[in-house]
Design a protein around this ligand. Structure first.
Ligand code: MG
Length: 161
């Protein structure tokens, strides 16, 4: 019988002026972007942590410390691909991914499909195995007031025999 494992990832970054907004590897036009040591792609960070968690591997902060200058301004897609190598080396293959982006602004409906396609490409999955949803926070809390964008991701992986 197939051996499936599930993992969850969560991340939040602050929205600030003078930064590009990158979500799921896709640049989204907006007057602010996410602050962080890398490109601060909150969604790819949550995907990476969900994948690593499903395989019980060390988390993104352990693999790519934000104190390491090597990761300053890093493309989070490259960090995800490095995590994918660890996942495959441990004998796992991604099975499907379900994502929620928590953002009051900008409106993301036009970007959900391109983001899902990019995540599918990075994980070597068919696009119909990746779901991307966007939710506002009803004006409440740091997400609702536009101080931050967060992401929650669940990934299922399959242990290859
Ligand atoms: Mg992060």
């Amino acid at each position: 019988m197939a051996d499936y494992r599930v993992g969850i990832g969560y991340d939040l970054h602050q929205l600030v002026a003078g930064r590009k907004l990158v979500l799921g590897g896709v640049t989204v036009p907006y007057d602010r972007g996410l602050s962080g040591h890398s490109d601060a792609d909150v969604l790819l960070h949550a995907v990476t942590d969900a994948l690593l968690g499903a395989c019980a591997l060390p988390d993104i902060g352990e693999l790519f410390p934000d104190t390491d200058p090597a990761y300053a301004g890093a493309d989070s897609a490259k960090l995800l691909l490095a995590a994918m190598t660890r996942v495959r080396d441990a004998g796992f293959q991604p099975h499907n991914v379900d994502c929620v982006i928590h953002a009051e602004q900008p409106k993301l409906s036009a970007y959900k499909r391109p983001i899902a396609e990019r995540i599918a490409e990075l994980l070597g999955l068919a696009a119909d195995r990746v779901s991307v949803k966007a939710k506002t926070n009803e004006g409440v809390g740091p997400v609702g007031t536009g101080e931050a964008i967060a992401a929650t991701v669940v990934v299922m992986v399959r242990l290859e025999a």
